[in-house]
Design a protein around this ligand. Structure first.
Ligand code: 8YV
Length: 325
């Protein structure tokens, strides 16, 4: 039965309020069981669809996009990162792509601080000791971690999320260093030290926070050579994309003590993470929870819908269209 409304495929099971608005304004094809589509499955499910609301992990690569039905005119991803969508391939087919900037800045920056503190203060070892009934009581030398207050924090990628991480870290009187494609104006830099070459920043990082998107240039950027440039006992935090880190190199440095700890929310190839992480107690690990608050996930969904509605219902340009770089 046709409703006369544009048809939109939701590739995942999105928050209830988001799906309610999707179903009210579109002929919605939902995925209530939250099955993860592979490429052929996604192509099949898009039959007759005008738009696709997708998420990180969906295989919207050139091959999938090349075989999408001609009816598909827009892909709105429920994420700020859009490395899972081949934007040039979409552009070639005249399909618009949008993302959800701004709304997950605070939630992700909060998780970065959770990872930073969790790593520095050995939260994983502490909770494990307690929950496995192995806490024998307080001792003067138990689970001594690394002090955070006043330390130097280097931020790779000083966009919205990087700046929000810096703001939070200033409350811990951390000294902020950063590297970014371009230097920020003074009102946004707020006294932070800019390093035009990110490699030059590394010796100044007691803590290194990765807040850069995943691109060809950032792929496996945190490698053995760069870890060797960090001060001994530094702590690495990654809440951006797992692919920015060379897992083998990070795990080796955590095992050898070259790095004191790491706090990680994102993994290359997640959810099938490098097995080595399970064996390193000085890694504080989270399952990609950066944006996981009810408020943020709703805001992300509403933003994706703002874009779909602008284009598919009102024939306007989507406010958060992304361009092929
Ligand atoms: C999202 C994220 O939850 O928006 C992003 O780029 O990394 C996440 O926090 C996830 O990607 C949902 O698609």
């Amino acid at each position: 039965m046709t409703t006369g409304k544009p048809r939109v495929l939701a590739t995942r099971h999105f928050p209830p309020d988001v799906e309610a608005r999707l179903a009210a304004n579109f002929d919605a094809v939902l995925n209530s069981e939250d099955r993860l589509y592979d490429g052929p499955g996604l192509i099949k499910a898009s039959a007759g669809c005008d738009g696709i609301m997708c998420a990180a992990g969906d295989p919207l690569n050139a091959e999938t996009i090349g075989s999408l039905p001609d009816s598909v005119r827009m892909i709105a991803t429920f994420s700020v990162g859009y490395e899972h969508v081949d934007v040039p391939a979409a552009t070639k087919r005249g399909i618009l792509v949008s993302n959800t900037p701004d709304v997950l800045t605070d939630a992700t920056a909060d998780i970065a601080l959770l990872c930073l503190l969790g790593a520095a203060r050995r939260a994983h070892e502490g909770t494990t000791m307690l929950r496995t009934h192995n806490w024998v009581g307080w001792t003067p030398t138990q689970l001594m971690g690394v002090h955070v207050t006043g330390k130097r924090l280097g931020i790779l990628g000083m966009g919205r999320i990087g700046q929000a991480v810096a703001d939070r870290a200033r409350a811990f009187r951390m000294q902020i260093h950063y590297s970014n494609r371009s230097r920020l104006p003074a009102d946004l830099e707020k006294g932070a030290t800019f390093h035009a070459n990110p490699d030059d920043m590394l010796p100044h990082c007691d803590f290194l926070s990765i807040n850069a998107p995943m691109t060809a240039e950032t792929r496996k950027w945190v490698n053995a050579e760069r870890i060797a440039r960090l001060p001994k006992g530094a702590i690495v935090v990654n809440t951006a994309r797992g692919g920015v880190v060379d897992d083998e190199a990070l795990i080796a440095a955590l095992k050898s003590g070259r790095l004191a700890a790491a706090g990680i929310d994102v993994f290359d190839g997640e959810p099938k993470i490098h097995q080595g992480y399970y064996g390193v107690e000085n890694a504080f690990l989270l399952p990609h929870m950066g944006s996981a608050t009810v408020e943020t996930r709703n805001a992300m969904g509403f933003k994706a819908l703002d874009n779909l509605e602008a284009f598919l219902l009102r024939k306007q340009a989507p406010p958060d269209a992304v361009k092929a770089s």
